[in-house]
Ligand binder design. Sequence first.
Ligand code: ADP
Ligand code: MG
Length: 478
Amino acid sequence: MKWEVVIGLETHAQLSTVSKIFSGAPTAFGAAPNTQACGVDIALPGVLPVLNTGAVERAIRFGLAVGAKINSPSIFARKNYFYPDLPKGYQISQFEKPIVEGGSVTIQVGDAEKTVRLTRAHLEEDAGKSLHEDFRGQTGIDLNRAGTPLLEIVTEPDMRSADEAVAYAKALHALVRWIDVCDGNMQEGSFRCDANVSVRPAGTQELGTRREIKNLNSFRFLQQAIEYEVRWQICEIEDGRTIQQATVLFDPETGETRMMRTKEDAHDYRYFPDPDLLPLEVTAERIAAVRDAMPVLPEVRREQFCAQFGLTPYDASLLTASRELADYFSTAAEGGDEKTGKLCANWISGALSARLNEEALDIGQSRVTARELRGLVDRIADGTISGKMARDVFDAMWAGEGDADAIIAAKGLKQISDGGEIEKIVDQVLAANARQVADFKAGKEKAFNSLVGQVMKASRGKANPQQVNDILRSKLAG
Ligand code: ADP
Ligand code: MG
């Protein structure tokens, strides 16, 4: 039997506000335990939550960016459960009326594009943290995270493979950073995914029973966890067992998922509207103001890049991985034609990205500025240097030896593009290699490459390779 995989993701994105969602305590990462939790966060009796407007604004910005509906009013609700890191005994979340409803995220999987529908995105507070490792036989509680603003973004069960789920998570991650609502730092827990996974016989419509893998904080773990879970579920069913709805944890050490608890249902949480918080109204003016301040979105930039410079959708998607990268490309390619644009794109996604990776720098820290890169690209485009020479020039630029023109002059790298001069070298090479000429005429295409090599060598790498090709071909044909 063939199985179809069905995945829906719930993502918690920490909103990048300075203070908590219902208090003035700071959200900065890494402080000593329990130094960043105030009376509201630790649930002292009599305190009242005050909604952070910065969190609301970010939720609206996200909603607009994914083409969703902004609900007004939206309602805060209490989700009741007991856990030591939740001193109030309930989490303030949104249940029946979330602030963001609908919308979608477009993903690129291989050559295909796919739309993942969003169900909703709601505001909520994070809980504290239980520290099991630092103590012997005891558990510590750090409430610094309590009250940290989160946007929980929920998809429809639209993904059909681990690859699609990862592509979605990456696209979402890039988007929340692009619009400055979340710093996306996965090590610090600012962006984490729960993956709901089920399988069903291929060709059927009814959803299978799902298991939810909690708190995946890297794309690699997301991929591994889903792949393991799918294999496990298929084995279970094929062995005649049924899947029980459950919440599971992924163990990166073993690469396996492990049952945490059987799944609770919404009614177990006794949701009810929080009497301490008024329904949240957002006016049309407020939404319009957020819309006006929105940066141009990645998909719009991608389309511009393709239309203006003839880039492929794939190349354009690489260049829009972040706003900084897209801006770098725009500056480099500014005022250029298609040839210039494509060269800029190739150099950014190739040599430049490789260097940045090697030295763990981001684009803002590049040792070669966008305008400097353009200086190099212009010398390739006008035939002054070959692509191969450009490699050396780029390395020298990276090492701080100056701009492209200065380096080309200093190293005497100018390419020979004078047809007459190249012809002379070609003639010499042909005269000295009668065997290869004969081989070529006998149909051995390899001999041609060897002749090109000889000419390049004789010119000490400076002859324009395209011209060498053309001149050789016409001489050999004659
Ligand atoms: P809960 O809030 O209890 O986790 P929801 O019904 O809101 O449950 O669904 C959460 C996520 O699970 C959504 O992303 C949804 O698309 C996904 N989902 C629901 N049913 C299935 C299923 N049978 N297989 C895979 N994903 C599912
Ligand atoms: Mg869930």
